[in-house]
Design a protein around this ligand. Structure first.
Ligand SMILES: Cc1cc2nc3c(=O)[nH]c(=O)nc-3n(C[C@H](O)[C@H](O)[C@H](O)COP(=O)(O)OP(=O)(O)OC[C@H]3O[C@@H](n4cnc5c(N)ncnc54)[C@H](O)[C@@H]3O)c2cc1C
Length: 545
C-alpha cells in the first residue's frame, strides 16, 4: 500500500491489536459492518469506526423478532423470495431478492461458525418462528425476542479476537475524501474531543454501514446514532441514491414519552394481542380483513388516524398473552416495566414511529456504489430487495448477506488494484475538510426543528403542500448550518432528499402514502434514483428509472 494512503493519526482503542495500516475502513459496527469486517479478516487490515461504544448505538442490537432464512423442511428460497416480492408492493428487484433468499442458509451457517447460537427445539433443530406475511416458519431467533443482543454480543466478541480488526469507538465519519473520482478515505471526528479538527484516514476501500435514518424523525424506534448521516455523506460525494421516499413506520412503538420509542414487536400481534382505542374499540376490524395482522403500513396508518382524531391507542396483550408475557417476550416486558407499565394487567399505549428505511445508497449485488472505492451495506444501502415495503426480519439478513458480498468484492478489487497500482494517489496533499468546526449548540436547535418537520410532514401520511413547506424550511436550516456541523449538514441533506423523493412520487405505494394521491399509479411502478448533488445544488432530482 502506498505510504500516504495508510491509516493516519487516528488513536486506536486500548486493548485491540495495532495494525500498521488499514486496507479497508468500515463505518458502522452493526451487523452489516461486523460481518464485512469478519469476512475481510484476517487477509486485510480493517479500521472499524463507530459513533458509539463498540457494539452499541446500532439498530442491530435492538432487533427483537429475528433473522429470516428458508431452512425449514417445508420451505425453500423460492417461497421466501415470493413472500418478499409480494410484500414489496411492486418496486423490488427480483434478481436481488433471489440472491438474498438463496444466500440466506449459507449466511446463517457463517453466523453459526462465528459462534452465534440460535434458539433450538428440544430435539436440537432450529426453532423457527413465523411473522406477518411470511408463508412459512422461517424466523431464527436468540433468547426469544433478544435476537439483536445475542447476535451483536457474539459478532463483537469474534471481531475483538481478530488482530487485523482495529476498532475506533466514539468516532463519527463526516465526509468522504475523493481523488480522481474515487473514494480514498474519510474525515472523522473524535467525539471525545469534538472541538478538535476532523482527522483524515485513508484506505483503498471504504464501506458505509451506518444504518438507518430514524433519527431524522421526532418519533423513532432507532437508536439515537442512526441519523441518516451515512446517506448524507454519500450524497455529498455524488453517489447514486435509490428509493429514498420509502420509509417504514412501525405501528406499535410504545407511546410512553421515551426517546427513542421502545418497540412492541409485531410478534405480540402474531400471538393475538389486539389494538384498541381509548373507547375500547378494536378499530382494525373495520380497516382490514386481517385486522391487527394487516400489512405494517396499513396498521400504521390506522393507528395514525385514530391518534389524529384525538384518541389514544393501546396494544392489549392481557387476554392473548397475559401471565406468559415475561417468559415469552422478556425484552418487551422489561421495556414496559421500565416505562411503568405492567403488560400483563395493563394495555400498552402505542403510536407509529419511523422504523426502517427501504431506500438508501444505491448498490449492486456486490455492495458497490456508483462511486469507485465506496461500498455500502445494511440499512444505509438500497439494494432493491425491499421495494416499497420491507418484509419483517429480512433486514438483518440483508445486512449479513451484503456485508459479506461487499467484503468479497473488496478482496477481489484489492488484489487486482494492488497489482495494477490503481490506488496510487494523484497528489500527495490531503484536501481541506469541509467541516472544520463543531458547533453543538446550533446543531441541537436545528436538529430539533428538523425532526419536528420530518415527523409532522414527511411521516405516515404526506401531502404536497406540507412536503413543499418542509423543503423550503430545510433549505433555510441548511443555509444556517453551512460548515458549522457535519452531523447537522449531513442529516439535513438526507432529510431534504427524502422529502424531495416523497414529493416526486405522486402516488401511494408501500410505506409511502400521499393523502393527495391515495392509490398506486401503475406508471410509477418502478424504483426511483437520484443524485445527492442535485439537492445540494438546489435543483430538483428526477425519478430516473
Ligand atoms: C427496535 C428495532 C427492532 C428491529 N427488529 C428487527 C428484527 O427483528 N429483524 C430484522 O431483520 N430487522 C429488525 N430491525 C431492523 C434491523 O435491526 C436493522 O435494519 C439492521 O440491524 C441494520 O443493521 P446495520 O448494520 O445496517 O445498521 P446498525 O445496526 O444500525 O448499525 C449502524 C452503525 O453505524 C454507526 N454510525 C452511524 N452513523 C455513523 C457515523 N457518521 N460515523 C460512525 N459511525 C456511525 C452506528 O453507531 C452503528 O454502529 C429492527 C430495528 C429496530 C430499531
Amino acid at each position: 500500500m502506498p505510504k500516504d494512503m495508510q491509516s493516519q493519526s487516528i488513536p486506536l482503542t486500548a486493548g485491540t491489536a495495532r495494525p500498521a495500516a488499514a486496507d479497508v475502513i468500515i463505518v458502522g459496527g452493526g451487523i452489516a459492518g461486523l460481518v464485512a469486517a469478519l469476512r475481510l479478516s484476517p487477509s486485510w487490515h480493517v479500521l472499524l469506526i463507530s459513533k458509539a461504544g463498540f457494539g452499541e448505538g446500532a439498530s442491530s442490537l435492538w432487533a427483537q423478532g429475528g433473522i429470516s432464512a428458508a431452512i425449514g423442511t417445508d420451505d425453500s428460497p423460492e417461497l421466501h423470495a415470493a413472500d418478499t416480492l409480494r410484500a414489496a408492493a411492486g418496486t423490488a428487484d427480483p434478481d436481488i431478492i433471489s440472491i438474498v433468499t438463496h444466500s440466506a442458509p449459507d449466511c446463517i451457517e457463517s453466523l453459526r461458525e462465528w459462534g452465534v447460537a440460535f434458539d433450538t427445539e428440544d430435539d436440537g433443530s432450529p426453532a423457527l418462528g413465523r411473522e406477518a406475511a411470511h408463508s412459512r416458519n422461517r424466523i431464527l431467533h436468540i433468547g426469544g425476542d433478544s435476537t439483536g443482543r445475542g447476535l451483536m454480543k457474539t459478532l463483537c466478541a469474534a471481531a475483538q479476537r481478530q488482530r487485523t480488526i482495529t476498532i475506533r469507538e466514539y468516532c463519527a465519519a463526516e465526509e468522504l475524501i475523493i481523488r480522481n473520482d474515487r473514494a480514498v478515505g474519510l474525515y472523522c471526528r473524535d467525539l471525545n474531543s469534538p472541538e478538535m479538527p476532523a482527522q483524515a484516514v485513508f484506505a483503498p476501500a471504504v464501506i458505509l454501514a451506518t444504518g438507518g435514518i430514524g433519527g431524522l424523525f421526532e418519533v423513532t424506534t432507532n437508536p439515537s446514532e442512526c441519523t441518516g448521516e451515512g446517506l448524507g455523506i454519500a450524497a455529498r460525494a455524488g453517489a447514486l441514491l435509490a428509493d429514498l421516499e420509502f420509509v417504514q413506520f412501525h405501528p406499535t412503538a410504545m407511546n410512553v414519552g421515551i426517546t427513542p420509542a421502545p418497540l412492541a414487536t409485531e410478534a405480540l400481534r402474531g400471538e393475538g394481542a389486539t389494538l384498541i382505542n381509548d373507547r375500547g374499540e378494536r378499530f382494525m376490524i373495520k380497516v382490514h380483513e386481517n385486522a391487527e395482522l394487516a400489512p405494517r403500513d396499513i396498521v400504521a396508518r390506522a393507528v395514525w388516524r385514530e391518534i389524529h382524531a384525538g384518541r389514544q391507542v393501546f396494544l392489549d396483550c392481557r387476554a392473548a398473552i397475559g401471565p406468559a408475557f415475561q417468559n415469552r417476550f422478556p425484552t418487551v416486558y422489561q421495556l414496559c416495566r421500565d416505562a411503568g407499565i405492567d403488560p400483563v394487567t395493563m394495555p400498552v399505549p402505542v403510536a407509529p414511529a419511523a422504523h426502517y428505511h427501504m431506500g438508501g445508497i444505491a448498490t449492486d449485488r456486490n455492495g458497490r456504489t456508483s462511486l469507485d472505492g465506496l461500498w455500502a451495506c445494511g440499512e444505509v444501502a438500497s439494494t432493491g430487495i425491499h421495494g416499497a415495503n420491507r418484509l419483517a426480519s429480512n433486514s438483518l439478513l440483508e445486512g449479513a448477506v451484503f456485508g459479506a458480498a461487499a467484503a468479497d468484492d473488496i478482496c477481489r478489487t484489492l488484489n487486482n488494484d494492488n497489482r495494477s497500482g490503481k490506488n496510487a494517489p494523484a497528489n500527495r496533499a490531503t484536501p481541506a475538510a469541509r467541516f472544520r468546526r463543531y458547533d453543538a449548540k446550533i446543531s441541537a436547535l436545528t436538529l430539533a426543528r428538523l425532526r419536528q418537520l420530518m415527523s409532522a410532514n414527511v411521516g405516515v401520511v404526506r401531502r404536497q403542500e406540507d412536503l413543499l413547506a418542509t423543503l423550503h424550511e430545510l433549505d433555510g436550516l441548511m443555509a444556517q448550518i453551512d460548515d458549522k456541523s457535519a452531523m447537522a449538514a449531513n442529516m439535513l441533506l438526507a432529510a431534504r432528499l427524502i422529502t424531495e423523493a416523497a414529493l416526486q412520487r405522486c402516488e401511494s405505494r408501500g410505506g409511502h402514502f400521499r393523502e393527495d394521491y391515495p392509490g398506486p399509479n401503475p406508471a410509477m411502478r418502478q424504483r426511483s434514483f437520484m443524485r445527492g448533488d442535485d439537492a445540494f445544488a438546489k435543483q430538483p432530482p428526477q425519478i430516473m428509472a
